[in-house]
Design a protein around this ligand. Structure first.
Ligand code: VGL
Ligand code: ZN
Length: 197
């Protein structure tokens, strides 16, 4: 008998600096964080694991620039331990977000890292390890930004063999053209990009 897939929800980089009022705001970031909180309140039990990734920069080499191109270089953002690196308070609208989480994966400590699969927990476990240890076969991905960290995380999830689903209404992109390119790149790689939830 086929068993139903064990699912994880990955909440990508819903941090203050990527939301309105932050140093690298993505238009719609606040709304995504509120939407994720609502979604979690309704769907927590659909998932075996809930994991949040965060951009967590200490010395990220050439990732920051005072003249950013918004492709490879960015205004200073998500510096480890600062207010801008905190999760958006909108995630807490139905109760503390961190209490929903099974793990927090930090990435970008010493160099730019867009994929959650490049990060680790504070005790050194990779995202792939966490998923494997809980027999996860399928991942749903939400968060910021569609055209960078959501895209990179989804492409890696697919590469690692997970059935990968991006819940598009619970994401927001930096720019329309790169977001459109990201959606087609994800679909071409076999990621299911779900237009409605
Ligand atoms: C991101 C720009 C720089 C992201 C991270 O989370 O998509 N974007 N660092
Ligand atoms: Zn970054």
């Amino acid at each position: 008998m086929a068993s139903s897939p064990l699912r994880a929800l990955i909440v990508v980089d819903c941090q203050r600096d990527f939301c309105e009022g932050g140093s690298l705001p993505v238009t719609g970031g606040d709304a995504v964080a509120s939407g994720v909180a609502d979604f979690l309140a309704a769907h927590r039990t659909d998932y075996r694991l809930i994991i949040a990734t965060r951009d967590w920069h200490i010395h990220p080499e050439h990732h920051f620039s005072t003249h950013p191109d918004f492709i490879d270089t960015w205004p200073k953002h998500c510096v480890a331990g600062t207010a801008g690196a905190e999760f958006s308070p909108n995630l807490d609208s139905h109760g503390p977000f961190v209490q929903c989480l099974d793990a927090i994966v930090s990435k970008g400590r010493e160099s730019a890292a867009y994929s959650g699969f490049q990060g680790t927990t504070d005790d050194g476990r990779s995202l792939n390890r966490l998923l494997k240890d809980s027999d996860i076969t399928s991942v749903d991905i939400v968060g910021l930004a569609t055209d960078f960290c959501v895209k990179a995380t989804a492409l890696d999830a697919e590469k690692y063999g997970y059935a990968t689903n991006v819940l598009l209404p619970l994401t927001a992109g930096v720019a329309p053209d790169t977001t459109a390119e990201a959606i087609s790149a994800m679909e071409q790689a076999g990621v299911h990009v779900q237009a409605a939830i």
